[in-house]
Design a protein around this ligand. Structure first.
Ligand code: ZN
Length: 277
């Protein structure tokens, strides 16, 4: 599933390569439903220029003229690809925006979504603010108020791993980076969130921030399923730097790792370096 580093990479590339383009045509796969309605989407988006591309948590936001926004969420296995106009259509393409730049050359922004867990929709400024308010802090952000996060986490009667995946508390962390962040902070993934101190929570968030920054530097992670690639179809590299995720031995103590299933997701940990309190 694309997490913050993957969405960050896509957003940054789209900002560079799609900003300033005008949406000249729209194709939607027959029977595919755009959340806000296919006709409304076409009516509001067609002919508009892309002014900027930004990110809200794991949502990619294309800002268009007249306070119109396109929100794209990749869901489980969505992709965005920039392709030349005459390139063969990628399998599972749900929507294509034909973009024209100032030099009158065309490219296609293709939204591909195998399992249809992703989402594409048109929003206004008000919707964007509401969307922004749905998400918690980002571990890579500045001026994080750890006492405030502690108060939120302390109320949760669940494991810290589950809390880290809750986008309303901490935005952008998915299974891979939450697993690695807990390993670096030496906290067992099944530790009750209630039992953690402010300084332990601070440590986890700092480690999460470091893991995310390293993953961003490596342009995300591409797993064996090859689900994630950047807008040019290139794989990420963080999978070569996983700390404990998918590792058989612990990189700190060289002992065997273990795997737990928490909230339906596999969670690797080292029973020697991450003792359950
Ligand atoms: Zn270890």
């Amino acid at each position: 599933m694309p997490e913050l580093p993957e969405v960050y990479t896509i957003t940054k590339d789209l900002k560079k390569y799609a900003t300033g383009h005008v949406i000249k045509d729209i194709w939607i796969e027959p029977k595919y439903h755009i959340k806000s309605g296919n006709n409304k989407f076409i009516k509001l988006v067609l002919g508009k220029k892309i002014l900027d591309v930004n990110r809200i948590a794991k949502n990619i936001i294309l800002e268009l003229e007249s306070n119109i926004y396109i929100r794209i969420h990749l869901g489980m296995s969505g992709r965005i690809l920039l392709r030349n106009r005459n390139e063969i259509k990628d399998r599972w393409t749900r929507c294509i925006l034909l973009l024209k730049n100032t030099k009158n050359s065309y490219i296609e922004l293709r939204f591909i979504d195998t399992r249809k867990f992703g989402r594409i929709e048109v929003l206004n400024k008000n919707n964007i603010e509401k969307l922004r308010n749905k998400y918690g802090i980002e571990p890579t952000g500045r001026n994080i108020n750890y006492n405030e996060i502690y108060k939120k986490i302390h109320k949760k009667d669940t494991s810290i791993k589950t809390v880290l995946l809750d986008q309303k508390i901490i935005a952008g962390l998915g299974n891979i980076y939450a697993t690695d962040a807990l390993f670096l902070s030496g906290i067992h993934p099944n530790t009750s969130a209630k039992k953690l101190s402010v300084s332990e929570i601070e440590k986890i968030i700092l480690c999460a921030g470091n893991v995310l920054k390293e993953a961003i530097k490596n342009k995300g992670s591409t797993l064996k399923d090859k689900a994630y690639v950047n807008i040019f179809g290139k794989e990420g590299r963080y999978q070569k730097h996983f700390k404990i995720y998918e590792q058989r031995t612990c990189p700190k103590c060289s002992k065997d790792t273990k795997v737990l299933r928490i909230s339906g997701r596999r969670s690797w940990y080292c029973p020697h370096c991450q003792i359950l309190k």
